[in-house]
Write a new protein. Structure first.
Length: 291
């Protein structure tokens, strides 16, 4: 990271970059955006194919409970990774397990689990309120990419690497399992295995994104770039690449604009607004083209 910061400072001195890039937190923010954007965009296409739009939203809200549990167990309030990861992963796997064992509609089940996570999180936060800075809670809810530390970047890099290692060799099988489970079973694929693998990957990227995009907004960044790409292309390869590109651009632009324009807007909100603007432009383009 020191090397990247040195290069950024050279760019500032040469006039290629704005003065904001002379700050270490800005370089960290851009690195986080470049790591997270492509992954969220790529996984978002599978979220849309499997119709799990609100699943990541529920996991994101469960992060509140995970953070509270981590603090109660003695972890540092700034980085309660063990409590956050453990609770969110158990929450996600339990939600998927119940879904496969009951006839309750999936959107209803997600709503029940989401409400439960929020209620438990709110109750536990009352006990740890003295240990948690209110601004840290705001960062968890709405994201603050500008507060990303070197430790956060390492966690994000390891999470992204693990997901990529799992996703690349299994992408086509997970996609077929999403689109047509019956055909996947005929081909001998273990659909339950790929379902749980996909749920674990979505949970992991959601946990890694909470501090950057925010628990309230992380599901939107999984969904909006993919929905935008879906409006612009019908080819699966182009769909994935365009979704990853749009998510990356949204992350980078949403990080830089508030800083450069000195806007008091959380980075997570800015990223989602930029992503939504792309969606509105794509929607207008599709309407005009059909007309």
């Amino acid at each position: 990271m020191e090397l990247l910061r040195h290069w950024a400072q050279l760019g500032v001195d040469a006039g290629f970059l704005s003065d904001s890039f002379s700050y270490a937190f800005m370089v960290n923010a851009i690195v986080a955006a470049l790591l997270l954007g492509p992954l969220l965009g790529g996984l978002g296409t599978l979220v849309i194919a499997k119709r799990l739009a609100f699943f990541s939203e529920a996991v994101g809200h469960a992060a509140l409970t995970g953070i509270a549990l981590g603090v109660l167990l003695g972890e540092p309030p700034e980085n309660p990774f063990i409590g956050l990861f453990s609770f969110c992963m158990i929450f996600a796997l339990l939600l998927h397990f119940v879904r496969n064992r009951t006839n309750v509609p999936y959107d209803t089940l997600v709503g029940v689990f989401l409400a439960l996570a929020l209620a438990v999180g709110a109750a536990l936060l009352m006990y740890v309120a003295r240990k948690i800075n209110i601004h840290m809670l705001e960062n968890v809810l709405f994201g603050s990419i500008l507060t990303v530390t070197d430790q956060d970047l390492w966690v994000l890099a390891i999470s992204c690497s693990l997901i990529i290692v799992l996703l690349i060799p299994t992408f086509n099988r997970i996609l077929l399992t999403c689109i047509s489970p019956d055909i996947a079973r005929v081909r001998g694929y273990k659909t339950n295995f790929y379902d749980y693998l996909f749920v674990m990957m979505i949970t992991l990227v959601t946990i890694a994104s909470v501090k950057i995009v925010g628990a309230v907004l992380v599901g939107a960044l999984l969904l909006i770039p993919g929905a935008t790409a879906r409006l612009l292309t019908k080819n699966m390869g182009s769909f994935v690449l365009l979704s990853a590109l749009l998510a990356t651009i949204s992350c980078v632009v949403g990080t830089i604009l508030p800083m450069e324009l000195k806007l008091p807007v959380p980075s997570g909100a800015a990223i989602i607004i930029v992503s939504a603007i792309f969606f509105l432009i794509a929607t207008c383009y599709r309407i005009v083209r059909k007309g």
